[in-house]
Design a protein around this ligand. Structure first.
Ligand code: NCD
Length: 305
């Protein structure tokens, strides 16, 4: 495995399966009353968050702590220093502190890649701009595999704001590596121009794709990254691309509904669908801790499980 995890494309099929299998073993620890393992004792993990986060930040912290690593949380929000400079200065500080792993979330696509050239520790990309979010794709694949037993040949439909979504890109790459077939459904204005070179299908008609889906993953409409009107109105968006109860009924009975969070309830997903038994949204969060434990464990070469 690579020393860093920056893109889902860094993972071979064997790497990805090793992470999922390791997470399966670690999930057993999460079921115990005492959840802590001594594996990363004496190692330092720094969480460097330049952008907002709830689930990802908390779960990386929980994962590192459950493996007994020392955790330093650095929240850089509000810094007035220009991004490139502040990142390099911060990197030099981390290097001086001897960080064994740096988990970074940054608004600029490519920031984790830059950081990797400045520090010796392992870099884990926790979301960079609209580029990638590989541990989200891993926890999604882990959740799918647990519910559907295999990913081979499974049909995964990813719906919504693909243009601004690092989750979509990482999922397309990883799911292809693991043998699933991915279809993106979005209004043409919310698809990147490069989508034709992605290893997936594209459709503009959600209703025709739903009956053929084993998984439907809804994406958040990322208004904070939008500088123009990408669709006529929220109501119109939700009518054409939102998942409500009627649309849920069009999916095969065993099919599951996913969302990486945070959700816009009533926009891309109806509240009753998000809370239904078909939804894996809460499970995804729990699996996030387990997957991040597996990633830190494998990158930092922990001793015994
Ligand atoms: C996503 C992110 O930050 O990229 N959320 C997450 O990590 N769980 C998706 C989003 O912000 O919509």
């Amino acid at each position: 495995m690579n020393r860093h995890l920056i893109s889902a494309a860094d993972l071979s099929r064997d790497d990805a399966l090793l992470i999922l299998d390791t997470a399966d073993e670690l999930a057993r620890v999460s079921d115990r009353s005492i959840k802590k393992l001594p594996t990363l004792r004496g190692r330092t993990v720094v969480n460097l968050f330049f952008e907002d986060s709830t689930r990802t930040r908390i779960s990386f912290e929980a994962a590192a702590k459950r493996l007994s690593a020392d955790v330093i949380n650095f929240s850089a929000k509000g810094s007035s220093v220009s991004k490139g400079e502040s990142l390099k200065d911060t990197a030099l500080t981390l290097q001086a502190m001897g960080a064994d792993a740096v988990v970074i979330r940054h608004g600029a696509s490519g920031a984790p890649h830059r950081l990797a050239s400045w520090v010796d520790g392992s870099i884990v990309n926790a979301g960079d701009g609209t580029h990638e979010h590989p541990t989200q794709a891993l926890l999604d694949a882990f959740t799918m595999r647990r519910r559907l037993s295999t990913l081979e040949g499974r049909r995964v439909t990813i719906v919504g704001d693909v243009l601004h979504s690092r989750v979509a890109r990482s999922n397309v790459l990883l799911l292809r590596t693991l043998g699933a077939e991915v279809t993106l459904v979005a209004p043409p204005t919310l698809l990147p121009v490069t989508v034709e070179s992605w290893p997936c299908e594209v459709s503009y008609d959600l209703d025709s794709v739903l009956p053929k889906s084993d998984v439907v993953m809804m994406l958040r409409v990322q208004t904070e990254r939008m500088n123009a009107a990408f669709f006529p109105s929220a109501r119109e968006y939700s009518r054409r691309y939102g998942l409500d109860r009627d649309r849920l009924a069009k999916m095969p009975e065993e099919a599951i509904v996913m969302h990486p969070g945070p959700m816009n309830r009533g926009m891309e997903i109806a509240a009753d669908v998000a809370d239904s038994a078909r939804s894996t949204i809460v499970e995804q969060v729990a699996n996030g801790v387990t997957i991040r434990m597996a990633v830190l464990y494998l990158l930092l070469g922990g001793e015994t499980l």
